[in-house]
Design a protein around this ligand. Structure first.
Ligand code: GFB
Length: 317
């Protein structure tokens, strides 16, 4: 990718898109195109085709998606499947129609079967039933993978798909109903400490295991794959180790300085018991994660504190 080539970052305001945009700017890419969802609704086929005809980007990073934590996925299945399917189909097809050199589509590790062997290898895709709380999003993300593979096979399009593990970092959504676990923990412990509350209640049992990748590491991996990878097969992006929700909560509790008690609400879903990705392929290509979890949580909490003062945090009503 040359610094003057045109790169369209779809979803530039989200956790992933904003990190990728930050990194592209830091690396001196000067020809960047973005559109908010109000400016361009990626679910509208003609609007997407008109945008591509007008802009003709050389590279496309598809980070736009309807995302959320376990409760949001379980509560809004129709939106999660429809919105993500339409965005992916429109952007991939328009990228082909307008000669995009290379597209990278971002998926998620929830595409893997609920009880697949761990760590999750890329070849386990479609080898068993999905986790029920997020099968809608997972099917849409699997379709995104298949779109990239089909366009490569039929038209020779250099479209690749990457599967990041659970992500966190600056720019995350802190709405307690819709967010993922890590921002929810940061906010819950922070607000309990501020208000002097004696307990914080978390969802499920605290037993599930999750892997967490800082979004700046993800942005680094995305640029690495755009430069180094052009295969049909998907590539996992992760850190290669996981932690229980209870252990994660203990770290966030300590970082935030909350001294009360942690309780669990078993009426809320645990989701899949484990979701650790195998990172052999991407490590073999020459990339590995650099930001440790404790360090990443500390820097994210610092960002949260800076933003709280400016009231610029998504989901903080
Ligand atoms: O991050 P999370 O919402 O999504 O939940 P998943 C991870 C684990 O944290 C679950 C527990 O076992 C939750 O029960 N948890 C505990 C909490 N307290 C909380 C809380 O206050 N908020 C939240 N959100 N969780 C998502 C998929 O699954 O992973 C998405 O639904 C996407 O589609 C994403 O794939 C990466 O990791 O379970």
């Amino acid at each position: 990718m040359q610094k003057n080539e045109k790169i369209y970052v779809a979803g530039h305001r989200g956790l992933v898109g904003s990190a990728i945009l930050r990194r592209l700017r830091a690396d001196g890419y000067e020809n960047l195109v973005t559109r908010t969802s109000a400016e361009l609704d990626l679910r509208e086929q003609q609007a997407v085709r008109d945008f591509f005809a007008e802009q003709k980007p050389d590279y496309v990073i598809l980070a736009a998606a309807k995302v959320g934590g376990i409760l949001a996925n379980d509560t809004y299945p129709a939106e999660f499947i429809y919105d993500n399917l339409m965005m992916e189909a429109n952007v991939v097809d328009a990228s082909h129609r307008h000669g995009v050199k290379k597209l990278l589509a971002l998926g998620s590790t929830c595409i893997y079967p609920r009880m697949a062997p761990q760590p999750l290898k890329e070849e386990y895709l479609l080898s068993g039933p999905l986790e029920s709380t997020n099968e809608w999003y997972a099917v849409a993300k699997i379709t995104g993978i298949k779109l990239c593979q089909a366009y490569r096979r039929q038209y020779g399009s250099d479209f690749i798909a990457a599967m990041p593990t659970n992500l966190y970092g600056p720019g995350d959504n802190f709405d307690l109903e819709k967010s993922h676990v890590l921002p929810a923990l940061i906010r819950k412990f922070h607000e309990a400490r501020q208000k002097g509350e004696p307990t914080v209640t978390l969802w499920g049992t605290g037993k599930p295991l999750r892997e967490f990748l800082h979004v700046d590491d993800l942005a680094d991996a995305v640029l690495f794959l755009l430069r180094e990878y052009s295969g049909e097969e998907i590539v996992n992006i992760g850190v290669g180790k996981d932690i229980s929700i209870a252990e994660l909560a203990a770290i966030v509790k300590e970082v935030v300085g909350f001294e009360g008690e942690i309780r669990y609400d078993p009426s809320k879903p645990d989701g899949t018991p484990r979701k650790l990705v195998d990172v052999t392929k991407i490590n073999g290509l020459g990339w590995s994660a650099k930001i440790g979890l404790r360090e990443g949580i500390e820097s994210t909490y610092q960002w949260f504190l800076d933003q709280v003062d400016k009231q610029q945090i998504r989901g903080l009503s």
